[in-house]
Design a binder for this molecule. Structure first.
Ligand SMILES: [Zn+2]
Length: 670
């Protein structure tokens, strides 16, 4: 019988913040909390190393996994404080502590005693998940350089520490590098929706201040008629953290290159793919070449159509630049497909979308969510939820959904505590920046926001439903890194279904459900631009690959950025675009940003297994939960694909998805 699950919601040791003071924490308390958990981490390693007698799964792998679980939890929760905590001194302390936690991880990965002990385990009688965990751990030890001599390992340790510090600083510069754009004349905001204007009143000096946060940035780029405002916003947004991050990027690339060299790889991109589904940079290149070939003609056709359309409205226009891409695309869609993306926003007030996303996930995955009253959380605006699988409590999650001063500006799912069957429940959080309903403003979302919400929720469900493993090290999203975006990208497809949307998308004033006919028009319009989307992703992906494959000593990050932009995208280059300086995936995914495209191929293949007429009610949903989400990291991604599809992935569904836009278009003109 499994041990009772500890009720972490009331245990003071679990979280760094103070439950009796609405989630507040100061630097000293955070530090003490981290030290306590790092101590437990070290004690587990001591237990592992000092055990006498034969190396067994119970004596050795269990102690190793305890050390891994402590490190994962302390790293995630400190990372959370670093991303969301309102007071800067606490974020600064969190950053220092993250550096220390990361050092402990590097230390563990180069610990020869631990490696030897794990290597000696006889796993011949173990279950497949345990065998997979052990084999993968030993591979990762070899990739980390555990078999190198003392001096070499010391150098690796030093380089890893440097890489961590540089990556953290890069992220912090982005988080704190928000800019503003000032508008002197309200007419400059022509084209923006009324609720946007309402929420952006002039200050005492008569000027209106816009920020580079997403809820300002996206509407300006999509709707503002003023090309100069769009350009100003584009440049403000794409110069965040520049120039500081240019140098940090070069430093990081040099450090990574040296690590790869010591470990016997030609470059970082080969090292970073060695334990992934992709296996090598050469395979990645072949994959990208195929997509390049498949998307080029379509993207050129799209651009030609939009340019022709724009010239009819603005004679003399000879080109469309990157800052105006979203605006013209929106106008084109409005005209060609009779669809205005503003027209769906009234159906997506935040207060309806949140329960809608939750109810859809409950139905799809056959679980139920219960809101926790008076939860122990890090900010009063955060809600906490239990996940119930029948009568079993399966995990908890937190929703931190709106912008706040000092909080990071992006949309992400954040695993907090890895689940271990019978020992601890998985916990995860969504950290998002959706418009907030307040002061009479309903917080209307764009459809793309709703899709993003469900995407991030896909990560969350993977972390929780995959969080019932025997080991923390294979719990939840601990699959190969390049499988991680499959469950989230697959969910994106669900929210194009008219019946599903109508179940929660009710007009905020009239309560009318969103009309099916409007959703179909939206879908037709949304399919237009897919080839261009693929090529944008190819641009970012190739940049991530090349920065980690070329020699950093001679690399010019600006010249590379521009030349790849011009190779992949038809919209005119905007001088001064330094988007790479705020491209945090370069530190997180490093060379492996290809994950998004690679997983999109798998996700669309998976989605094609769901019958279109009964998305939520088909047996495919439960089969998906059982074969894709529940295994977590307990088997290789390729095996998960095999189990769900009965074969390896094929790019047919992806190619079909990309070509839909032109089918839709001929239908629109028919
Ligand atoms: Zn994602």
């Amino acid at each position: 019988m499994p041990a009772p699950v500890s009720d972490s919601a009331t245990s003071a040791l679990v979280y760094p913040w103070n439950p009796s003071a609405t989630g507040s924490v100061d630097s000293a308390a955070l530090e003490a909390w981290v030290e306590e958990r790092l101590l437990r981490h070290r004690q587990a390693i001591e237990r592992l190393v000092s055990t006498s007698g034969p190396r067994t799964i119970e004596s050795t792998l269990r102690a190793y996994d305890d050390a891994v679980a402590e490190l994962a939890t302390v790293g995630s929760l400190t990372g959370l404080m670093h991303s969301v905590y309102a007071e800067k001194p606490v974020r600064d302390t969190a950053q220092e502590l993250l550096q220390k936690i990361s050092q402990a991880g590097v230390e563990l990965s180069l610990n020869q005693d631990v490696y030897q002990a794990l290597y000696q385990i006889d796993a011949s009688a173990a279950d497949p998940a345990t065998k997979h965990y052990l084999a993968r751990t030993l591979l990762q030890y070899r990739l980390a350089g555990v078999d190198k001599d003392d001096a070499t390992r010391a150098r690796i340790r030093e380089l890893q520490d440097q890489a961590t510090l540089t990556a953290l600083s890069f992220g912090r510069n982005v988080q704190e590098g928000g800019k503003t754009v000032t508008v002197g004349d309200k007419a400059e905001l022509d084209g923006l929706p009324p609720d946007f204007l309402e929420a952006h009143q002039p200050g005492e000096d008569g000027k209106i201040t816009l920020t580079t946060d997403f809820p300002d940035y996206l509407p300006v780029l999509t709707f503002a008629r003023s090309s100069s405002l769009r350009r100003q916003m584009f440049l403000a947004y794409n110069t965040r953290a520049y120039p500081a991050n240019r140098q940090l990027l070069l430093d990081l690339l040099r450090t990574r290159q040296e690590i790869a060299g010591i470990l016997g790889f030609a470059h970082w991109a080969d090292l970073a793919t060695a334990d992934q589904m992709m296996e090598s940079a050469a395979n990645m290149q072949a994959f990208l070449d195929d997509l390049d070939h498949a998307s080029k003609g379509g993207a050129e056709k799209e651009y030609a159509m939009i340019l022709e359309f724009a010239r009819e409205r603005q004679p003399g226009l000879t080109q469309i630049d990157a800052a105006s891409r979203g605006y013209w695309l929106e106008l084109y869609r409005r005209s060609a497909f009779d669809f205005d993306s503003q027209s769906v926003r009234p159906y997506f007030p935040y207060a309806r979308v949140e329960p809608g996303v939750l109810a859809t996930a409950e139905k799809l995955f056959q679980v139920s969510f219960r809101r926790i009253q008076n939860p122990d959380v890090w900010h009063p605006s955060v809600s906490a939820w239990e996940v119930w699988d029948g009568t079993e409590l399966a995990g908890r999650f937190y929703l931190d959904m709106h912008p706040r001063e000092g909080k990071d500006k992006w949309f992400s799912a954040h695993p907090l505590i890895p689940g271990i069957r019978g020992r601890q429940l998985p916990e995860a959080a969504l950290i998002c920046n959706f418009p907030e309903p307040k002061d009479g403003n309903p917080g209307l979302l764009q459809h793309s926001d709703v899709v993003t919400f469900f995407h991030e929720f896909g990560h969350l469900m993977h972390a929780l439903l995959g969080g019932r493993q025997a080991w923390a090290g294979i719990s939840g999203i601990a699959t190969e890194g390049d499988f991680v975006e499959v469950p989230s990208q697959m969910l994106e497809e669900f929210f194009r279904d008219p019946r599903l949307l109508a179940s929660f998308a009710l007009h905020y004033e009239t309560n009318e459900p969103i009309p099916a006919e409007l959703v179909l028009r939206m879908n037709r319009a949304g399919a237009f631009g897919r080839a261009d989307w693929v090529r944008s992703q190819l641009f970012y992906t190739t940049y991530a690959l090349e920065t980690h494959r070329l020699d950093p000593a001679t690399l010019d990050p600006d010249a590379l950025f521009r030349s790849l932009y011009e190779r992949f995208l038809p919209y005119t280059w905007v001088d001064g675009n330094r988007m790479y300086a705020s491209f945090t995936h370069l530190t997180g995914y490093s060379s492996n940003y290809y994950t998004y495209l690679y997983d999109k191929v798998i996700a669309l293949d998976f989605f094609a297994q769901f019958p279109g007429h009964a998305l939520l009610d088909s047996p495919a949903a439960m089969r998906y939960r059982k074969t894709v989400l529940e295994p977590g990291g307990s088997m290789p991604g390729k095996e998960i694909v095999q189990r769900f599809l009965g074969r390896s992935q094929s790019s047919d569904a992806f190619t079909q998805w990309m070509s839909e836009e032109f089918q839709q278009m001929s239908a629109a003109y028919a």
